[in-house]
Design a protein around this ligand. Structure first.
Ligand SMILES: *Cc1c(COP(=O)(O)O)cnc(C)c1O
Length: 385
């Protein structure tokens, strides 16, 4: 039976329109206020957003900027590393961190990831350290923290900087063995996030932030983001221009109020998926850990490599979108050949590139939609048996 006609609206990977409709009056009024006051750059609302996000994360300083990639660049510029210094990044992730590292003349060192969490591990980092290693970038992929306690211990004993790429896991919580709970992004020297529209806290364009509990690093990031000036027209270091627009800040101020409910909606959709797939032998549902909550930026299945593309096509026939994050490891990307150093055979990473499929995940998924998606996935495997 084709269930599609029962669904009142099309299923999307991310439903930004539905989310906006729920808070349209507040958002519209906030944007109109910016226009009426003609305050578009900086101003009190940007500072207010930085302070409220700092409070939400329980992190000392938040420095907003133009996008998440700029945030990574600002973080690295603040550390003042030298060309040729090595930075360890996971091979299974979005290219932004490796890109900025290479642009700054540093060497991205690509390591394998954990098959359960898709994140780098302390062991993978340890095997990649050389006398040139200066920093490590744990990417908290798809909404869940890397195993930070072990990574922190390793990095502190080897005197390495940690920059957390938290673009996908804003709002995730990390619990140490002793019970202490810290927000993702607040564990290393610097954390970064992105407010790209489809991220868990998205604005209506580009936006990003760096955060830190180290005041001196925070001050440096702020200075570099503002053309290297602390005092107007006095340039102490070479900086860049990277700002969060005021209109984006007022949108984020409204949406931050709902971040916990957004996370909750994503977790509920994930629970639905989990329950529907637990007895499907071909499917491995996203692994969970004892140390991190999962805020489900993506809900990513592992399926047999030879069936992955068939499943994607089958779903597409039923107008169900799905995405492969990520189809090509950083080690196999043309741009990074010869620029990066690859550690080991990256078996897990290369296997994941063939096995992963992310299903629709957002705050507006309705039970009928979830049912149609999960029934369709189950039907695909039943037909294939
Ligand atoms: C989205 C994303 C970024 C970059 O954010 P932009 O705001 O698009 O520059 C960096 N790292 C990861 C893991 C991301 O998902």
């Amino acid at each position: 039976m084709n269930l599609a006609p029962l669904i009142d609206d099309t299923i999307q990977m991310v439903d930004l329109t539905g989310q906006y409709q729920r808070i349209k009056p507040e958002i519209d009024a906030a944007i109109q206020d910016c226009i009426d006051q003609a305050i578009f750059i900086k101003g009190g609302k940007v500072t207010q957003f930085e302070n409220q996000l700092a409070q939400y994360l329980d992190i000392e300083q938040v420095i907003s900027c133009g996008n998440g990639t700029d945030a990574i660049q600002l973080a690295f510029m603040a550390l003042g590393l030298k060309p040729g210094d090595e930075v360890i990044v996971p091979a299974f992730t979005y290219a932004a961190a490796a890109e900025v590292i290479a642009l700054l003349g540093l060497v991205p060192v690509l390591v394998d990831v954990d098959p359960l969490t898709f994140n780098m591990t302390a062991a993978s980092v340890e095997g990649a350290i050389t006398p040139k290693t200066r920093a490590v970038v744990p990417v908290h992929l798809f909404g869940q923290c890397a195993d930070m306690e072990n990574i922190l211990n390793l990095c502190s004993s080897r005197e390495l900087y940690i920059i957390e790429d938290n673009a996908q896991s804003l709002g995730a919580q990390y619990t140490f063995k002793a019970g202490k709970v810290v927000s993702a992004g607040g564990l290393g020297h610097l954390g970064i996030t992105s407010f790209f529209p489809s991220k868990n806290l998205g604005c209506f364009g580009d936006g990003g932030a760096v955060y830190t509990n180290h005041p001196a690093l925070g001050a440096r990031v702020r200075m570099i983001a503002n053309h290297g000036q602390e005092v107007k027209y006095r340039h102490d270091v070479i900086g860049i221009n990277s700002r969060l627009d005021t209109i984006q800040a007022v949108i984020l101020l409204e949406k931050l109020k709902f971040l916990n409910s957004y996370i909750n909606a994503r977790q509920q959709a994930a629970s639905w998926y989990d329950a529907a797939f637990q007895d499907v032998a071909e499917i491995e549902i996203p692994g969970r850990t004892s140390y991190s909550t999962h805020v489900f930026h993506q809900y990513t299945l592992k399926v047999p490599a030879h069936q992955r593309d068939g499943l994607k096509a089958f779903l597409q026939q039923r107008n169900i979108p799905s995405m492969v994050y990520y189809p090509i490891s950083l080690a196999r990307q043309k741009a990074y050949q010869g620029v990066s150093r690859v550690v080991g055979d990256l078996n897990v990473t290369e296997e994941l590139c063939q096995q992963v499929l992310s299903l629709p995940m957002h705050t507006e998924l309705k039970p009928l939609q979830l049912e149609f998606i999960t029934d369709s996935v189950r039907t695909f495997f039943e037909m294939a048996r």
